[in-house]
Design a protein around this ligand. Sequence first.
Ligand code: HEM
Length: 228
Amino acid sequence: MSGFLKSSVGQKFLMSVTGLFLIVFLAVHLTANLFLLFGDNAFNTVSHFMETNPLIQIMQPVLALGFIIHMIYAAILTLQNMKARPQSYNKFEQGHSSTWASRNMFILGALVLIFLVIHIMNFFWKMKVSGSPLLAEVDVDGVMMHNSYALVAGLFTNADFGLVYSIFYVLGAIFLGLHLHHAFWSALQTFGWSNNVWRKRLEVVGDVYAVIIAAGFSIIPLYFLIFM
Ligand code: HEM
């Protein structure tokens, strides 16, 4: 088993499994976040459920581990590929056999990571560690809960830096969408689920998913920027 995980096939396998796990997380996270568009009570209720549900609490460290494994193996495989390729790799020929996103998965992943670190500081850190006056408890149908809506709305509607954060979040969503454009079918290909017919279909599924994720996460800052 440890031999398999040391082989490049095993490492690609781990990256693909964790990548698919993160793809599922993104769908859940976007669904929860879209409740922001339905007002404070709707989002606070969903956020309170996430904060108190035992299964979600168990999944949070698993999620962190998924991100860490995915990033470590992405770095290892990228370094191995760079070493294996001749330096004079012809840029023109690369363009014929692969897309820009597929050739820049590591860069796109790194940009998503920069986004993620700042994003965690914006919300998760304040909700779980440092606290924020914006999170002061509110009563929703007789249940006391954190005002997570005020924390998110406060970031995007802030008079000084709301615009900068909104642009930053839209850029993060676009980088993520480009990363996913190649990620989905690439992960499935690792498991051998791809022949010529299925490759085209899986690429379409991956592209539709990437567009939904990029557009869905972009709508939220844009909504606060334009309507609030
Ligand atoms: C408009 C866009 C987004 C909004 C409003 C948003 C909102 C939030 C909020 C409020 C939390 C804290 C949840 C809690 O601790 O209960 C959170 C956590 C998190 N977000 Fe986002 N998010 C956005 C985009 C993204 C994107 C694009 C990614 C992935 C690249 C992402 C990854 C995470 C992760 C890993 C956590 C920590 C785990 C968790 O709390 O579930 N988020 N987000």
